[in-house]
Design a protein around this ligand. Sequence first.
Ligand SMILES: OC[C@@H]1[C@@H](O)[C@H](O)[C@@H](O)c2[nH]c(CCc3ccccc3)c[n+]21
Length: 448
Amino acid sequence: MSKPIHFPPDFIWGSATSAYQIEGSPLADGAGPSIWQRFCAVPGNVRDGDNGDIACDHYNRYKEDVALMARLGLKAYRFSVSWSRILPQGRGAVNQPGLDFYSKLIDELLAHGIEPMVTLYHWDLPAALDDRGGWLNPDIADWFTDYTRILFKAFDGRVKSWATLNEPWVVTDGGYMHGTLAPGHRNLHEAALASHNLMRAHGSAVQAYREIGRHQIGIVVNIEPKYPASQSQEDLDATRRADAYMNRQYLDPIFLGSYPPELKQMFGDAWPDWPAADFDLIGQKLDFVGINYYTRSVVRNEPSNWPLKVAPVRQPQATYTETGWEVFPQGLTDTLTTFTQRYGPMPVYIMENGSAFYDPPNAENGRVHDPLRIDCLRKNMQALSNALAQGVDVRGYMVWSLLDNLEWSLGFAKRFGIVHVNFETQQRTLKDSAYLYADIVASNGACL
Ligand SMILES: OC[C@@H]1[C@@H](O)[C@H](O)[C@@H](O)c2[nH]c(CCc3ccccc3)c[n+]21
């Protein structure tokens, strides 16, 4: 029996995207290249040789896309700023046309009554900084802070919600541990260093915001709750290692002042004793935490798997998305209640939640029927409402994503949008899930 669905009257419904995945025109108007421009140019890195040169052409079509958001009745829109549009060399001279683009986007959103929610870093590091070591260079905390100060000064009068980083775990695990994402490194020592420098940069930017800003700042982390495949000690230990590495690694130093002890055990001498002063910097008070939830993982011990010695266990009865993620809405409820139990009550936003399914437009009527995405959305709404009923202070929900877009190394083949994009014609078509989401927003969930 599903519990009655209820959302607070001021609940903020929105959608989320990121710069490199939708904008296109990566070098327009003085912008510099990012590490994703470089990564896509290396054959084999991205499926079908796809890249962000055009993507959803949002750089040129942002007014059309804001009109789409208004058509859906969205209250907020989470987007990221491309660092190398603002600072083509990552530091130094500001590129005014880059600032102007985001200023126009923010004004367009505000003109439609849509709150801009800005992510300062969503994986597209300026290539010029990668040439200086990127996240491996401790100076990046200052480079990042200088970049964020420019945006705080330019936009804090109109932007009331800032997030420093999107998913430091993915940046580290994909970019430096396994090499599946830009900049494509595979090195345990580098992964540890990049991870810590990301957190130092986060703390430094929050500290800067406290001097300049007047509104809210937080961080966005991905949380994938881990469930043991059995109650054997090996599987319980494996589950704890996986949880420490993916879920606690970034929130513990912010809220508890230290990293989970399992990390030193896993990384060994690749995990130094970080200076105590770093934790004062990292532990800056936050106004909210953004959580990206997609799926859970059932975990077993697997000694042969470097470096965590864990392996996922597929659930035979479950529905899996095109990205191989189990549809498991209970994991959203568990993520939110576990978060509150571990770190205490504080404002939380679901900054990403969605699913990739293959839904080609209907040849006759052009409609895009996406029943599996609708089923997933409905179940996640129930799960979110259940977390609210258990007292979790969830303030809003951003569906991932507004548009089908560049799914990083999976290219355009994996579609998360509630709006279909024909990448040949750039035509946008509301999927059935977009009509449902518009009803959810208009009725504050009462239609469910
Ligand atoms: O994969 C869908 C989205 C991406 O398009 C977003 O840019 C990114 O913020 C994001 N994070 C996650 C969950 C974490 C994750 C990312 C990539 C691979 C595995 C897990 C899913 N997504």
